[in-house]
Design a protein around this ligand. Structure first.
Ligand code: SAH
Ligand code: DHB
Ligand code: MG
Length: 223
């Protein structure tokens, strides 16, 4: 059996990044400002951001929902896929993170199309369903891992047939194979729900960085 070192995985990731990453000062700036503000460095990788954008473009997404904004790095990748009259709502628990994200989003010139809503996403999503907001074409789940099963249900209620539901961190270095904590157990539950939900056509794409994680992808058949 071939053994892949963490270093080789990183080299492969960098190779792909060298080929396809768009040199974009606003993305670099977002990371720099986020780092300076002391935000945790748990944003998607440049390659995963590139993939999110490609998927949003392929889906022709005009309305995007993101759960877990942090400094808005993934938000900016997704916003690049929007048409001029498109919109993105991103939900973030931490007011301070949301402020950094708003600044990053404005610097990237997406201030007119992107809104960051502050609060517990579980509550905000329930309110959105209650208020009957129009369905989203794409939902990207990337907040607290323990709530992933719940987020999947809300995402489905806020979707329509053809919508895409994506979720980051669904492999977590393999910890889902043998969950040892609550968040790994919840992600494992999320993956099982995703796989067997008759309303979805779904899969998980392993994503490499220094370790292997996964991007769950699901097309809503009926919501
Ligand atoms: N999508 C971002 C990374 C998000 S990190 C990127 O790739 O650039 C996860 C974020 O979810 C953190 O900012 C955290 O504050 C937020 N979060 C955690 N629990 C939450 C909750 N219950 N509701 C909303 N946001 C939450
Ligand atoms: C971590 C990574 C993430 O992408 C995330 O959304 C949350 C946490 C982490 O590496 O701890
Ligand atoms: Mg993540």
């Amino acid at each position: 059996m071939t053994h892949y070192s963490g270093e080789l995985l990183l080299q492969i990731d960098s190779y792909i990044e060298g080929l396809f990453a768009l040199s974009d000062p606003t993305l670099e700036g977002a990371l720099r400002r986020s780092r300076r503000a002391g935000l945790p460095e748990i944003h998607v990788s440049p390659n995963e951001g590139r993939l999110l954008r490609l998927l949003a473009e392929t889906a022709g997404a005009r309305r995007i929902l993101e759960v877990g904004t942090l400094g808005g790095y993934s938000t900016i990748h997704l916003a690049h896929a929007l048409p001029e009259d498109g919109s993105l709502i991103s939900l973030e628990l931490d007011e301070r993170y949301a402020e950094v994200a708003r600044e990053n989003i404005a610097e990237a010139d997406f201030g007119g199309r992107v809104e960051v809503w502050v609060g517990d996403a579980r509550k905000l999503l329930a309110d959105m369903v209650e208020d009957g907001v129009r369905p989203f074409d794409l939902t990207f789940i990337d907040a607290d891992k323990g709530s992933y099963p719940e987020y999947l249900e809300w995402a489905l209620q806020l979707s329509q047939p053809g919508s895409l539901v994506l979720a980051d961190n669904t492999i977590r270095g393999g910890s889902v194979l043998n969950p040892r904590d609550e968040s790994a157990r919840a992600i494992r539950k999320f993956n099982e729900n995703l796989a067997r939900d008759p309303r979805l056509s779904a899969h998980i794409l392993p994503v490499i960085r220094e370790r292997v994680d996964g991007l769950a992808m699901a097309r809503v058949l009926k919501s």
